[in-house]
Design a protein around this ligand. Structure first.
Ligand code: ADP
Length: 271
């Protein structure tokens, strides 16, 4: 029998396998003349939270930006939940995906940024209802009910009518997480979401993300320098260097007994 990559393919009760939720297939990304991702292959199974670690400049954020289609690859293909994000078939030929093709796939993906990126001139509740109403066509009352549930979950039920600018950084980041979840994404991308926060506000945001991770409602793809958090929430850790996966495995293996010297050096430097 062919070996199965247990990190990317899940056995179903009937003995079949489900395809990965995210798949990068020989993805190339260049900026100017510099190759940042060099035929990158990796995949993430549904429900298995992944953390990308590695030195600054190794390509981690580029991966998240490709998944959000904020940038396009120069080669290879990316699939999300079985849909091809980079290519489509037109007149029997595989061609680069256009905006119309990408739009419904992108709805499956949410992202939380370092700098929160809330709509600053809107109240908190409106930040959570705007995209579900405009993008998903959700009824406004329904969107508000859902938004209030999410604010409750992130511990900010009493801030629904506050202006975002009046919230602390930690509160703004919790609103940003709730806003991303309001779109009911299958994948939530988290890019260094605590690095702009004052140290005393970090724990609250990480605790919230731990709860989301165990809920299993959404698959997390995290880029973080918080190794304790990575260890807690991840099912799989991918160590990057120079746009390639140096090694990958469960956190207990990567953090305690990595195979590669590059990983050991990196972990020593960040701890
Ligand atoms: P990481 O998230 O691992 O720190 P990034 O994905 O942000 O790494 O960046 C990888 C490399 O790509 C870096 O050398 C960075 O300078 C370069 N890079 C990223 N975005 C751009 C861009 N828009 N233009 C030029 N170079 C970029």
């Amino acid at each position: 029998m062919a070996p199965t990559d247990s990190a990317t393919e899940e056995r179903t009760p009937t003995g079949g396998t489900t395809p990965p939720l995210i798949r990068f297939d020989r993805v190339v990304k260049r900026f100017g003349g510099v190759t940042v991702l060099d035929e990158l292959d990796f995949s993430v199974a549904a429900g298995r939270n992944v953390t990308l670690i590695g030195p600054s400049g190794s390509g981690k954020t580029t991966i998240l930006r490709l998944l959000m289609t904020l940038i396009r690859p120069d080669g290879g293909s990316i699939t999300v939940d079985g849909d091809n994000l980079t290519h489509m078939v037109r007149r029997g030929k595989l061609v680069p995906a256009d905006e119309k093709h990408v739009r419904p796939i992108r709805k499956k993906i949410g992202m939380v940024f370092q700098q929160f990126n809330l709509f600053p001139n809107m109240r908190v509740l409106r930040n959570l209802t705007e995209a579900p109403v405009r993008v998903l066509g959700m009824d406004r009352d329904e969107a508000e009910i859902r938004a209030r549930e999410l604010l409750e979950m992130v511990g900010l039920a009493d801030k629904a009518d506050a202006h975002c600018a009046h919230l602390s950084g930690g509160q703004q980041q919790r609103v940003a997480i709730a806003r991303a979840l309001a779109m009911r994404p299958k994948v939530l991308l988290l890019d260094e979401v605590t690095s702009a926060l004052d140290p005393e506000l970090v724990a609250g945001v990480l605790d919230l993300l731990r709860d989301i991770a165990v809920s299993g409602d959404v698959t997390l793809v995290c880029v973080t320098h918080e190794m304790g958090f990575a260890r807690d929430v991840s099912d799989q850790v991918l160590m990057f260097d120079a746009g390639r996966v140096v090694e990958s495995g469960p956190p207990e293996k990567i953090f305690s007994d990595p195979d590669h010297q590059r990983t050991r050096d990196f972990l020593r430097a960040v701890r």
